[in-house]
Design a protein around this ligand. Sequence first.
Ligand code: DC
Length: 220
Amino acid sequence: MSSFLIVAIDGGAASGKSSTSRALSERFNFLHVDTGSYYRAITAEFLRRGLRIDQINEVKAALPSLAFGTQIDGRTARMQIGGRVVPESEIRGPEVTAAVSYFAAIPEVRTALLTYQRGQIDVAQAHGFHGLIMEGRDIGSVIFPTADLRFFLHADPVARAKRRELEGRADAVAERDRLDTSRTTAPLKIPEGATDIDSTFLNLEQVVEKIAAAIAQKLR
Ligand code: DC
């Protein structure tokens, strides 16, 4: 499977990673993995079990019981926990959005997800996809530092807060970035050697075209 491509897309909250990755996955028949949705699914499960962000020991003790699986929905991978996909309405809700960065900062939570995230290559290949496009905060730096292509998307925080507002979603974009950037394990940062794209003044199509050109060149 030498032509199977791995594309890493990192960036802050509401930087346009998901829309961009989804569009590219459609164009190139790649599996789209939104790792933020994985951290959100775990967070929803912790909250469902009554765990709080300061109960680090209880969170660590709960990790082995999560039993991750993957459901493929079109070209998108969805995390299953104990055989259940946590619904989008739940993982995008305000309680999960407010808590996710705290749970994601716990090193053991990240370790529990590391192998699972790398295993998405096998899932993609088993389903006949031509590549994997994975978005998050640490994909190009920690999960796939040797990915074929690595991008970092950023945009002005005011523009990003506006995007969430237009989507009707409560999201303290700058505060989540602060937490995600300042944590000790796998912080949000531009991976060395990644291509930096500032999308403040670009629309979705323009960002997609930039990355699509790089993918097309790799596939040639
Ligand atoms: O992409 P998102 O905003 O839905 O991600 C939700 C949170 O998950 C984000 O605030 C930090 C965490 N996250 C992470 O720590 N590492 C990733 N690779 C992806 C997300």
